[in-house]
Design a protein around this ligand. Structure first.
Ligand code: NIG
Ligand code: FE
Length: 416
């Protein structure tokens, strides 16, 4: 590809920007990146080369935190909240996450796939090439596995890269009411091992909160994850401060997510551990939260910040990663450059995949997006406009929605 503005998201320049850039792809991987002037002849002259006409190319976007496989919706709960009921209050009265658990348990795997497919489709229309999907609305062995198998089937038919996260410790199922420790025992001794045997777990997550699980219970889940050699993540400091982010970082977590109530003096622990801070502005917005995550301290300690949709029916029914980027800027005061890092290289780090994806660098997967703009800040700037012109995953152009491909490019575009 030639004549592109490349936001490589690598190197020291802002966006890793290369004006008038060229990019070579061989066998689904990037084999050359640089300026057109220095490109080998095959990248600028051969007939299969795509002329990008000065348009922007970024790495494929990565949504590193979603709960997009679930059944039903919580529109009625939204209505209740706007009449004054609180999110935690609804959860404690048996609604909230548990109402989605009921709907998800009742759905067959085919119904689950059918209901979840439009959400994945919306993300992909905006350039998402890798998505993380969590379980957590099954809360028993069979239903947790069903969710992750549905995720597998969805991702396979959509052609998107997928990371599957086991979130058995998301909420206490009704049949264990008053017996949290026993449920955690079930999670560690039966549910997680069965999900691992079923081959559907890439990482383990938990929800540390008053309405969910204590630090001690989370510690037990992480110890079980360690026995299976699985990386850990944590929903932490979302509704109040509990110390979960610090615990997770000390136990070597890949990421800690939400973090509105993370205290600035705890940020150093994340930096030391190399744990990524995943901010979820959709949930902040939708729950009308006012406590801001400690962005200044995260920058000071150079903790990589990732941004994700948190797509879920209760706290963030959001299927636009571009809107999440915009919200990260307007609500959390990230710069558009930090927002794009947040959905590319830093999101890759939050999934432990930064050696393979997240930037336009030689040797990485040829996952990229062509945008109808020359300015990478435009991706965070627009509210609702989708400038995506084409998506490539592993060297293959995707056909999806109403995306217009460049004139001299078709779906089976050769690998160059
Ligand atoms: O990321 N914090 C916990 N889990 C989800 C919300 C789940 C729900 O309300 O259904 C979240 O915000
Ligand atoms: Fe979440």
């Amino acid at each position: 590809m030639k004549n592109a503005v490349l936001a490589t998201m690598a190197g020291d320049a802002q966006y890793g920007l290369i004006e008038n850039g060229a990019l070579g792809i061989v066998n689904g991987k990037i084999d050359w990146v640089g300026t057109g002037a220095t490109a080998p002849e095959r990248l600028t002259t051969e007939s299969a080369v795509v002329d990008c006409n000065g348009m922007l190319i970024t790495p494929g976007l990565i949504d590193c935190h979603t709960h997009l496989v679930h059944a039903g919706d919580r529109a009625a709960e939204f209505e209740r909240r706007l009449q004054g009921a609180g999110y935690e209050e609804i959860a404690r009265s048996g609604g909230g996450i548990l109402s989605t658990v009921n709907a998800t348990r009742a759905a067959s795997i085919d119904q689950l796939i059918e209901q979840s497919a439009p959400r994945l489709d919306r993300l992909m229309c905006e350039g998402v090439t890798t998505v993380e999907i969590k379980s957590g609305y099954g809360l028993d062995t069979d239903n947790e596995i069903k969710i992750l198998q549905a995720a597998n089937a969805l991702a396979q038919s959509a052609g998107v890269r997928l990371q599957k996260t086991f979130l058995g410790a998301h909420a206490l199922p009704p049949e264990y009411a008053g017996r949290k420790d026993q449920y955690i025992h079930l999670v560690c001794s039966r549910m997680l091992p069965a999900a691992v045997r079923a081959g559907v777990v890439d990482a383990v997550d938990a929800f540390a909160a008053g309405i969910a699980f204590s630090l001690e219970q989370v510690r037990r889940v992480f110890a079980a994850a360690r026995q299976h050699n699985l990386p850990i993540k944590l929903h932490a400091e979302q509704l109040g401060h509990l110390g979960g982010a610090k615990l997770a970082a000390e136990m070597g977590a890949l990421s800690v997510d939400h973090l509105e109530y993370l205290q600035p003096e705890e940020v150093g622990v994340l930096a030391t551990a190399g744990t990524i801070a995943v901010l979820l502005p959709g949930a902040f917005y939708f729950l009308q939260e006012t406590k801001l995550p400690p962005v200044h301290a995260l920058r000071q300690y150079q903790v990589p910040i990732a941004i994700a949709s948190d797509c879920n029916p209760g706290s963030s029914p959001l299927t636009s990663l571009l809107l999440a980027m915009n919200m990260a800027c307007t609500l959390f005061a990230l710069t558009p450059s930090e927002a794009l890092q947040g959905v590319t290289i830093n999101a890759a780090k939050a999934l432990g995949l930064d050696q393979r994806i997240g930037s336009l660098e030689v040797g990485k997967e040829a996952d990229l997006v062509l945008w109808n703009t020359a300015n990478p800040a435009a991706l965070s700037y627009n509210l609702g406009l989708n400038p995506c012109q084409g998506v490539m995953i592993g060297g293959q152009w995707q056909s999806r929605g109403k995306i217009n491909y460049p004139e001299n490019c078709n779906e089976t575009q050769p690998n160059r």
